[in-house]
Design a protein around this ligand. Structure first.
Ligand code: KIV
Length: 290
């Protein structure tokens, strides 16, 4: 590390100029030094390598893959097998970033022992470094059991997409005083249960800041303002690849969808007008046989 005050150095907040793998102690050290953590979702090896090379601290194999990869309206149909498949692919592409894998809907709510078993599969077969699950006080005993099995847990409170129907849609949470208090207590319960970090999604900025100040573990925000210890975005949103939905909190850093359509159109035109393949793509004239 060259300078702890630098906002962006070398390989990322948690590793500085050091190319060694990002571990939870290094994430916590970055948090203690007030260096914002960067988390981005990844679902395959190619993206994982690109995000890793860009200096992202944490790759999240999010169950958002149900929407952006599988084209479903929400995350509810995603299975443990789906998560293992994508997590394994991500593990092959990423060499340095810390890898967190989402526990999908009903993989941890039915019983604590099933939760430990499913979390264990994500670690062993999905090559995860940690798992993430949604909920507050209701899942705190489950988090405790998983942590006791030696599996690090990242929590997730506020707008929890697996509760889409209970919430009446993907809506900002914590807008009333009572709801803000509920989320605050949920966040404290998740920390007390042993989580090493916490995602705060879709809550007012002042509430996220209050939670961040009250906890000792890092908070990672999405649609929760600038007062969190770090930020996460879905890679397809960040790159402008997902046209179906553009939440207000997303900043698109590129327009891959439009650029992709234009590139593929150019390929279609080239094929149809016989400009592709050109002579440089064509294997040469057969050599005369001796
Ligand atoms: O599944 C996901 O991508 C997530 C992030 C939005 C935090 O949980």
């Amino acid at each position: 590390m060259t300078n702890n005050d630098e906002p962006r150095v070398g390989y990322g907040a948690a590793s500085g100029d050091d190319a060694r793998p990002v571990t939870i102690p290094r994430l916590h050290a970055a948090h203690r030094a007030s260096r914002p953590l960067v988390m981005v979702t990844a679902y395959d090896a190619t993206f994982a390598k690109m995000l890793d090379d860009a200096g992202v601290d944490i790759l999240l194999v999010g169950d958002s893959l149900g929407m952006v990869v599988q084209g479903r309206p929400d995350t509810l149909e995603v299975t443990v097998e789906d998560m293992i498949y994508h997590a394994r692919a991500v593990s092959r592409g990423a060499k340095r970033a810390h890898r967190v894998v989402d526990m999908p809907f009903l993989s941890y709510q039915v019983s604590e022992s099933a939760a430990v078993e499913n979390a264990g599969r994500l670690m062993a077969q999905g090559r995860a470094h940690a798992v993430k699950l949604e909920g507050g006080r209701a899942v705190a005993p489950t988090i405790e059991r998983i942590v006791a099995a030696g599996i690090p847990v990242m929590g997730h409170v506020g707008l929890t997409p697996q509760h889409v129907h209970a919430m009446g849609g993907f809506r900002v949470q914590g807008k009333t005083e009572a709801d803000a208090e509920r989320i605050f207590e949920d966040a404290r319960a998740v920390e007390a249960a042993g989580a090493y970090a916490l995602v705060l999604e879709g809550i007012p900025g002042p509430l996220a800041e209050r939670i961040t100040q009250a906890l000792s573990i890092p908070t990672i925000g999405i649609g929760a303002g600038v007062g969190c210890s770090g930020q996460v975005l879905v890679c397809y949103d960040l790159l402008g690849m997902f046209e179906a939905l553009k939440p207000k909190f997303v900043r698109r850093y590129d327009a891959w969808y439009e650029r992709g359509v234009a590139a593929v159109r150019a390929f279609c035109d080239d094929v149809r007008s016989r400009r592709f393949p050109g002579p440089e793509h064509t294997f040469g004239v057969p050599k005369p046989s001796r």
